[in-house]
Design a protein around this ligand. Structure first.
Ligand code: ADP
Length: 362
C-alpha cells in the first residue's frame, strides 16, 4: 500500500562538516494526489536534477553511483547522488527557492550536524521543516539498504603494495556481522556493528579528512581536495618522514620492524637542509600517509578490542583516493598477520543521506 507515502519529491540530506550529501529518489511514474501546478513543479525539479550533472558553481552529481530500479516504500525508481560544500548552503537554499521547492514539500529529512545548525535557515528561506534523524542510525540504515540493492557494493584490494598486481575485488557482504565501520569524514568515528539494529560508537579521532585537507592547504598552498590528492600521487613521503632505516641503518629485526617503516612522521623536517629540498608533492604525500596510517592504527586497536576481523572504511576522505585505501588495506593485513580485512563500499560518503531518506514518514 503506497497511499500513506509522503508527498514527492523525496530527498535525504546529510549535512556534514565539509560536504552536504543530497540523495534524490526519482520515481518511475509521478503518481496520484498532486494538483496540476504541483505536478508541473515536480516535473521541473526532476528535469533540472536529472538532466544536469553540475548545479551552480560547486554542486556535483556522482553519475557513476546512480542506482536504477530500486524500490522505496513500494515505489520503483532511481536514486541520484549529489554533493556540494556545506559552506555553500546559502546558495543551495536560494536555488531550491528559485526552483519552487517552497511551494511543494513541507518537510525534508536531514541528518548530520547541519540539520541542527541550518534548521532556522531552511524554515526562513524555503519554508521547509527538517525531519531530523540521528547520523549513525541513518548511516547503518543506508549501508544495509544499499548493500542489499547492489551486489557489487562491497570490495577489497589485493596485493595493495604491488601496483602491477593490485586489484579491486568484489566481496560478498551478505552475512556481515559483526563488523567495524570506520567513517572518515572531516573527523573520524568508529562503530562496532553486531546486528542490523545493535551497534555502538566505540572510538573516534579528530585527525580525519578535514585535517588532511587543512594541513595540505597550509603546507602546499593547494585549494581543493582533488588538488591535494593529485599532489600526493606524485610525491614521496620518505623525503619528509624519518624511517626505521634512517635511525637503525636497516631493519630493527628484534621486534620485526622493517627498515622502510615510518618511525617518525615528518621527522626529517626539523632539518633546514632537508626542508630546502622537499617538494609540495612530498609534503602532500606525507600528510596523506600520516593521517591514513593513524586512522588504520586506531581501527586495528578497535578491531582487536572488540574481537572483530572485518573493518569497513567509508566517508568522503576515500573519494578518488586509492592511495589511502591501499595503505589501509596493506596496514590492516600486515599488522594483523592477515587476520583482519579492510573492506570498502562504492557509495562511500552517501549512506547517511540514503538512510535518512528511508527513515522518513509523514
Ligand atoms: P563530513 O560529513 O564531515 O562532511 P564526509 O564524509 O563528507 O564528511 O567527508 C569529508 C572529507 O572528504 C573532507 O574532509 C575531505 O577530506 C574529503 N573530500 C572528498 N572530496 C571532497 C571535496 N570535493 N571537497 C571537500 N572535501 C572533500
Amino acid at each position: 500500500d503506497t497511499s500513506h507515502n509522503p508527498s514527492m519529491p523525496w530527498f535525504g540530506m546529510d549535512i556534514g562538516g565539509s560536504l552536504c550529501k543530497l540523495v534524490y529518489f526519482e520515481p518511475k511514474e509521478i503518481l496520484r494526489g498532486e494538483s496540476a501546478t504541483e505536478l508541473e513543479t515536480i516535473r521541473n525539479i526532476r528535469r533540472y536534477l536529472t538532466k544536469n550533472s553540475a548545479y551552480g558553481k560547486t554542486g556535483h552529481r556522482d553519475m557513476h553511483l546512480q542506482m536504477e530500479n530500486v524500490k522505496i516504500r513500494g515505489i520503483m525508481g532511481t536514486l541520484h547522488f549529489i554533493r556540494f560544500p556545506t559552506c555553500e548552503m546559502r546558495n543551495f537554499l536560494s536555488l531550491a527557492k528559485y526552483k519552487g521547492m517552497a511551494k511543494l514539500v513541507s518537510t525534508v529529512s536531514a541528518t548530520g550536524g547541519g540539520a541542527y545548525k541550518f534548521e532556522e535557515d531552511f524554515k526562513r528561506e524555503v519554508n521547509l521543516k527538517l525531519a531530523k534523524f540521528d547520523e549513525f542510525d541513518s548511516l547503518l540504515t543506508g549501508i544495509h539498504y544499499i548493500d542489499r540493492n547492489n551486489p557489487s557494493e562491497c570490495y577489497y584490494w589485493t596485493d595493495a603494495t604491488d601496483e602491477s598486481k593490485c586489484a579491486k575485488v568484489n566481496y560478498d557482504f551478505s552475512s556481515p556481522y559483526p563488523f567495524l565501520i570506520v567513517n572518515i569524514g572531516s573527523g573520524v568515528s568508529v562503530l562496532a556493528v553486531y546486528s542490523a539494529t545493535n551497534y555502538k560508537r566505540i572510538s573516534g579521532t579528530s585527525l580525519g579528512g578535514g585535517t588532511f585537507l587543512g594541513l595540505c592547504c597550509l603546507l602546499t598552498g593547494c585549494n581543493t581536495f582533488e588538488e591535494a590528492i593529485g599532489l600526493a600521487a606524485e610525491g614521496d613521503n620518505r623525503n619528509v618522514d624519518k624511517l626505521v632505516r634512517d635511525i637503525y641503518g636497516g631493519d630493527y629485526e628484534r621486534f620485526g620492524l622493517p627498515g622502510d617503516l615510518v618511525a617518525s612522521s615528518f621527522g626529517q623536517m626539523n632539518s633546514k637542509e632537508r626542508r630546502s629540498k622537499v617538494s609540495k608533492q612530498d609534503l602532500a604525500k606525507a600528510t596523506l600517509v600520516t593521517i591514513t596510517n593513524n586512522i588504520g592504527s586506531i581501527a586495528r586497536m578497535c578491531a582487536l578490542q572488540e574481537r572483530i576481523d572485518r573493518v569497513v572504511f567509508i566517508g568522503n576522505f576515500l573519494r578518488v583516493n586509492p592511495i589511502a585505501m591501499k595503505l589501509l588495506a596493506y596496514a590492516m593485513d600486515y599488522w594483523s598477520n592477515g587476520t583482519m580485512k579492510a573492506l570498502f563500499l562504492e557509495h562511500e560518503g552517501y549512506f547517511g543521506a540514503v538512510g535518512c531518506l528511508l527513515q522518513f514518514h509523514e
